[in-house]
Design a protein around this ligand. Structure first.
Ligand code: 4AD
Ligand code: MG
Length: 430
């Protein structure tokens, strides 16, 4: 087995063989520096002309970007490298040559990079973002497993549309009409009645004609659902969960955050509890700030969310939205019927809504009425309504959009860089 770059710290002073690609190189008459990567990390290899066979030195000088190789060398500590180690190379065996790799160390346009996403993924920056994404997923499983949740997998092919019927991807299910899942929520509610506290993690699809830095057509969502949890309990799970993933990334992705130039002092402040503002107060706040376009009953757009978030260093919950703005399943507030027990969590620094969640209607008659009002009285929701007939209980849940969360924590501007192969309005390739 070859030694991985990520594990060279265990081999200081020893000769190792690594499998690697050439990320970059530079050389003078007497010394060649090779930036090597193998997926687990990046390390600088040094070839000293006087210490190797002439053929090895010539190879080091002529090898092209992304050529794959086996490298034999001695691991040395190096305080100048951010990684802490370098490799004194003794021998190079080329596995497969790479000719004219399209993504050179110079600047490239976004469309060009997106067309070459399958190769762009190899860059240091993309490597860092993918590692942070992975850490968020790892910490998600850890958090929910440690807090008594059971992972449940809702279906991808469904007959229902929890988040409204305008953004559905329709397909045929043999003779029937089916849709790609917009959200696993309705199924997670059924699962919570069986298993108490559950969470899902899976792809969701929205045929949204939005071309913004926050919208993907296919994105991944984490959807917890908890029996006997009410509005306030739900917010507490959210603030603890979001704090947990941010602190996990800070702890386990130091090199990656540094490579992305992320201001980590901002992330250090992300600790529960998070501030809350009601929709009513948010409208007043925006009007005072001079947003004349906002009246009570209007939905917030990205500039409004950003203006609200700018007042806080932590993510902020906007609570109690008007009933008319939200899906059919949300529980009305106790004291008034025109707002629901919901909250959107808005990330700091302009990253927008990362969570949507609510207490769910548990009364059979009220849910039946809401389904009819939304023209969802069909057989497709019969099973969902039936959940309220057999020991219905108050319950709550939420959905966290993974890509927006990765963008915020990584400090990456656009969600297209936070998923390996983004599906965007005009992009199904590669
Ligand atoms: O607010 P949304 O639509 O909520 C739901 O789907 C609920 N059924 C979730 C639940 O309660 N179980 O979506 C939840 C989150 C948003 O806050 C956002 O982070 C993300 O999913 N999201 C998107 N991310 C990228 N591209 C899109 N087009 C997104 N739409 C929503
Ligand atoms: Mg939402």
């Amino acid at each position: 087995m070859k030694t991985m770059i990520g594990e060279v710290s265990k081999h200081v002073g020893q000769e190792v063989v690594i499998g690697a690609w050439l990320a970059n190189k530079r050389s003078s008459g007497k010394i060649a520096f090779m930036q090597l990567r193998d997926g687990s990390g990046f390390i600088q290899g040094v070839v000293v002309k006087a210490e190797v066979e002439e053929e090895v030195f010539q190879k080091a000088k002529s090898i092209t970007q992304e050529t794959s190789m086996y490298i034999t060398g001695i691991v040395q500590e190096d305080s100048r490298s951010p990684f802490g180690y370098e490799l004194l190379i003794k021998d190079i065996e080329v596995i497969s040559e790479s000719v004219d790799f399209p993504i050179t160390p110079k600047e490239h346009g976004t469309e060009f990079l997106m067309d070459h996403r399958h190769l762009w993924l190899r860059s240091r920056r993309q490597h860092a973002v993918m590692k942070i994404r992975n850490e968020i997923i790892r910490a998600t499983y850890e958090f929910f497993n440690e807090n008594g949740f059971v992972k449940v997998d809702p279906p991808i092919l469904t007959g229902s549309a929890p988040e409204g019927t305008t953004e559905l991807f329709a397909t045929k299910y043999f003779e029937e009409d089916a849709y790609l899942s917009q959200s696993g929520q309705l199924y997670m509610e059924a699962a919570a009645m069986a298993l108490g506290k559950v969470f899902s993690f899976g792809p969701t699809f929205r045929a949204e004609k939005s071309k913004t830095r926050r919208h993907l057509i296919e994105f991944w969502m984490i959807e917890p659902e908890m029996a006997f949890y009410q509005f306030e309990d739900n917010l507490q799970v959210q603030e603890q969960y979001v704090s947990y993933i941010v602190q996990s990334v800070l702890k386990n992705c130091k090199l990656e955050l540094e490579r992305l130039g992320r201001d980590t002092t901002k992330l250090e402040k992300i600790q529960a509890p998070f501030p809350r503002i009601s929709y009513d107060d948010a409208v007043k706040f925006l009007q005072e700030k001079g947003f004349d376009d906002i009246q009570w009953g209007d939905d917030f757009g990205a500039p409004h969310e950003t203006a609200i978030a700018e007042s806080y260093e932590k993510p902020v919950f906007i609570t109690h939205y008007p009933t008319s703005l939200k899906p059919f399943y949300m529980q009305p507030a106790e004291d008034r019927d025109d707002v629901v027990l919901c909250a959107d969590l808005i990330a700091p620094e302009g990253y927008g809504e990362i969570i949507g969640g609510s207490e769910r209607i548990h009364d059979h008659e009220l849910l039946k009425q809401r389904l009819e009002e939304h023209d969802l009285g069909s057989d497709a929701y019969k099973w969902y309504l039936e959940l309220r007939q057999y020991g219905s209980v108050p319950h709550s849940g939420f959905g966290l959009g993974l890509e927006r969360t990765v963008a915020w924590i990584s400090g990456v501007e656009h969600v297209r860089e936070t998923i390996p192969f983004p599906r965007l309005l005009n992009r199904l390739y590669p």
